[in-house]
Design a protein around this ligand. Structure first.
Ligand SMILES: [Zn+2]
Length: 114
């Protein structure tokens, strides 16, 4: 696996798998403070909403709270969950970008490339 491509920033011939251009230091996956903050908020929002769904069901099952109301609430919270989930997916796609403009295979990222 020694394919090369040109860096989007300095046009140097670099490895397609490089996370960072060795010539100019171009690194698409390192985003600014704002993007970092946004993904942090999205993560917190995601966890809070997921936790909220859990609480709805613990309460619904533990008390005489109507199951239909619990279902409606769950659907509503799931809808809200789409927003932080969307931000996180966009962030993940960004993380997988390489300086050559290509995209890393997330499966390779997780399982290693054999
Ligand atoms: Zn470069």
């Amino acid at each position: 696996m020694s394919e090369t491509g040109t860096c989007e920033k300095c046009a140097s011939e670099i490895s397609l798998e490089a996370d960072r251009c060795p010539e100019c230091g171009h690194e698409p996956s390192s985003s600014g403070i704002l993007a970092g903050l946004l993904s942090m908020l999205a993560t917190i929002g995601f966890i809070l909403l997921a936790g909220f769904i859990l609480i709805i069901w613990v309460v619904a099952i533990g008390t005489s709270f109507e199951i239909t109301s619990a279902i409606y609430l769950t659907v509503f919270v799931l809808f809200l969950l789409l927003f932080p989930a969307g931000v996180l997916v966009a962030k993940m796609n960004q993380e997988l970008k390489t300086p050559t403009g290509g995209k890393k295979d997330w499966r390779e990222e997780i399982f290693g490339d054999n």
